[in-house]
Design a protein around this ligand. Structure first.
Ligand SMILES: Cc1cc2nc3c(=O)[nH]c(=O)nc-3n(C[C@H](O)[C@H](O)[C@H](O)COP(=O)(O)OP(=O)(O)OC[C@H]3O[C@@H](n4cnc5c(N)ncnc54)[C@H](O)[C@@H]3O)c2cc1C
Length: 459
C-alpha cells in the first residue's frame, strides 16, 4: 500500500494511528489557504502550529520518515501530488466542522479516504440513544459514555513498519492551482510573524500533566477560581493533537489507580465529546440556534466596548484583555462573558462566537459554538434562556481577592477589591481612565427577559 498520511489535528508521533499503518507512506501537512487567508499575520496559533510541525518533522525523521509541508488549497495539493505519484489512499483523522467535512469530501473524490478515529474518544455514531438518535442532553450522554467506555478506547496505537516515499521535504511547497513554487520552511515565508507565546503555549503536554498531577484531586473544588491555576491547560494540545486523547485517558487511569478522584476531569473530556457529536449530527448549529428562535439585537457600540475590554464591568474586561493579550481565557470567565454578551448586551451569539474564534488559542468549532449556544440559552441546555449570570456576584465568588481581575485590568489595580464586584460603587465613583459600566445589570437583565419572552410568543 502507498499512502498519504495527512496530519491535521494530530501533530505528534506518539500514539498516532497514522503511524500504525504498514507500508509506503508520504506524511504531509497543508497550511490551508482557505483558512489562513482569513487570519491576521500576527495570529499566534500559526506560530504554535509551526513549532509543533517542526517537532513533528524531527520526530518523523528519527523514524526514517519526513514531513512534506504544503501551502495552498488542499484540493490543489492533492491534484499536484496525484500528478506526480500514485497512491492507494489518503489517511487522516476526524475533523467535524462543516468546512472540514466538505474539504474531506472533495479530496475523497480524488483519492479513497481512510478516516481514522483519533481526535475523540468515541466515534461520532458510537454513542447514540437506544433508538439510534443523538443525545440532546449532556447527563444521559455522560452516563452512556461511562457505560460504554472500554480499555480499547484508550489503547495505544503502536507504530508499524513504514517506508518513506521519496519526496522533497526540505522546503514548503506553495501550490496555487497549477503554479508550484518553493518556499523556505519559515513562518514568514507563509505570511505570518512569530508572536510571543505564553508559558502554557510552549510547555509540552507532558510538562503540563506533571504540573497538573497534584491539582487533579481538587480539580472539581478549584477549577472555577480564576486565580488558582487549577486546570490542565491542555485545551490547545487537544485541539492540535500534540497530546493523544488516549494518552491523556491512560494518564487519568493511572491517577485513578493511585486513589485520586479523576471523574470530574473525565466529565469535562466528555463535554468535549458531547459538543463534537452534536456538531457532527447537526452541522447547521454552526450558525443556527438549537431550539429557540431569538437572534439578539445588533448594536455595534456595545460590541466594540465588549471586544476591546471597555464595558466598565471589571471581570468582563479582565477576561477580554486576557484573551487579547494571550489568546487564553479561563472557562468560568468565558461563561460570564458569553452570558453578559448575549443577555445583558443582547448581542447575537454568533458575533461573540466569531470573536472568540479569532482569538482563542484553543479554538475548537464544536466546543466554542455549542458553549456559546449554551450561554445564550438557545436551547442546547435544558435550562432555558432565563439563566442570566450576574457578573458582580460571579466576580465576588470566583475572584474574591480580585487577583485575576487586577492582573489583566491595570486600571483597577489601585482600587479597593470590594469595588470590583459592587455595581453601585462602580457607577457612583468613577475610576480614572476606566469606563463607566455600559449597562445596569438589573435593567439589562429585565430587558433581555422581556425580549426573549416576546420573541418566543411569536412562534
Ligand atoms: C463561551 C465558551 C467558549 C468556549 N470555547 C472553547 C473552544 O473554542 N475550545 C475549547 O477547547 N474549549 C472551549 N470552551 C470550553 C472550556 O472553556 C475550555 O475547554 C477550557 O477552558 C480549556 O482550559 P483547560 O485545558 O485548562 O481545561 P481543563 O479544565 O483542564 O479541561 C480539560 C479539557 O477538557 C475539555 N473541556 C473542559 N471544559 C470543557 C467544556 N466546558 N466544554 C468542552 N470541553 C471542555 C477541554 O478539551 C479541556 O482542555 C469554551 C467555553 C465557553 C463557556
Amino acid at each position: 500500500m502507498r499512502r498519504i498520511l495527512w496530519f491535521r489535528r494530530d501533530l505528534r508521533v506518539e500514539d498516532n494511528p497514522l503511524l500504525s499503518l504498514e507500508g509506503e507512506v508520504l506524511p504531509i501537512f497543508i497550511f490551508d489557504t482557505n483558512i489562513l487567508e482569513k487570519l491576521s499575520a500576527n495570529d499566534r496559533r500559526i506560530g504554535f502550529i509551526f513549532n509543533a510541525l517542526i517537532r513533528l518533522k524531527t520526530a518523523l525523521q528519527e523514524r526514517g520518515l519526513d514531513l512534506a509541508i504544503f501551502y495552498g488549497k488542499p484540493i490543489d495539493v492533492f491534484t499536484l501530488l496525484l500528478k506526480q505519484e500514485s497512491f492507494h489512499e489518503v489517511c487522516a483523522s476526524g475533523d467535524y466542522d462543516s468546512y472540514a467535512r466538505k474539504r474531506d469530501r472533495d479530496v475523497s473524490l480524488l483519492l479513497p479516504f481512510n478516516y481514522l478515529n483519533d481526535t475523540y474518544i468515541f466515534k461520532p455514531d458510537e454513542l447514540l440513544k437506544n433508538n439510534g438518535t443523538p443525545y440532546l442532553v449532556f447527563t444521559p450522554f455522560y452516563n452512556r459514555a461511562k457505560t460504554l467506555f472500554r480499555p480499547e478506547h484508550m489503547a495505544e496505537s503502536l507504530p508499524a513498519k513504514q517506508t518513506r516515499i521519496d519526496f522533497d521535504c526540505s522546503v514548503i511547497h506553495s501550490i496555487d492551482r497549477n503554479k508550484h513554487t518553493i518556499l523556505p520552511i519559515t513562518l514568514e515565508a507563509i505570511g505570518f510573524f512569530p508572536q510571543p507565546l505564553s508559558e502554557h503555549q510552549t510547555l509540552s503536554p507532558e510538562e503540563k500533566l506533571a504540573r497538573f498531577e497534584d491539582k487533579l484531586e481538587n480539580y472539581q473544588r478549584d477549577r472555577d477560581f480564576m486565580a488558582l491555576n487549577a486546570t490542565s491547560w491542555l485545551g490547545i494540545d487537544l485541539r492540535f493533537g500534540t497530546i493523544s486523547i488516549r494518552a491523556l485517558l491512560r494518564w487519568l487511569m493511572v491517577q485513578k489507580q493511585k486513589g485520586v478522584d479523576s471523574e470530574p476531569f473525565f466529565r469535562q473530556l466528555i463535554f468535549r465529546e458531547f459538543y463534537a457529536m452534536l456538531l457532527y449530527h447537526f452541522p447547521h448549529l454552526e450558525w443556527k440556534n438549537f431550539r429557540y428562535p431569538f437572534r439578539g439585537i445588533e448594536n455595534h457600540e456595545f460590541y466594540e466596548a465588549f471586544c476591546t475590554g471597555n464595558t466598565g464591568i471589571p471581570i468582563i474586561d479582565a477576561g477580554i484583555r486576557q484573551l487579547l493579550e494571550s489568546g487564553e481565557m479561563h472557562n468560568r470567565v468565558r461563561m460570564i462573558c458569553a452570558s453578559f454578551f448575549t443577555k445583558n448586551l443582547l448581542l447575537p451569539w454568533q458575533w461573540g462566537e466569531r470573536f472568540f474564534a479569532e482569538h482563542l488559542m484553543d479554538y475548537d468549532a464544536a466546543s466554542n459554538i455549542l458553549s456559546w449556544q449554551w450561554c445564550a440559552g438557545t436551547g442546547i441546555d435544558p435550562q432555558p434562556y432565563f439563566r442570566i449570570f450576574n457578573p458582580y456576584i460571579q466576580s465576588a465568588k470566583f475572584d474574591k481577592n480580585g487577583l485575576y481581575t487586577k492582573t489583566y485590568l491595570p486600571e483597577v489595580r489601585d482600587i479597593p477589591t470590594k469595588f470590583l464586584s459592587d455595581e453601585k460603587s462602580l457607577i457612583n465613583y468613577p475610576i480614572q481612565g476606566y469606563s463607566h459600566p455600559i449597562v445596569n445589570h438589573k435593567s439589562s437583565s429585565t430587558r433581555a427577559l422581556d425580549y426573549f419572552k416576546s420573541e418566543l410568543s411569536k412562534c
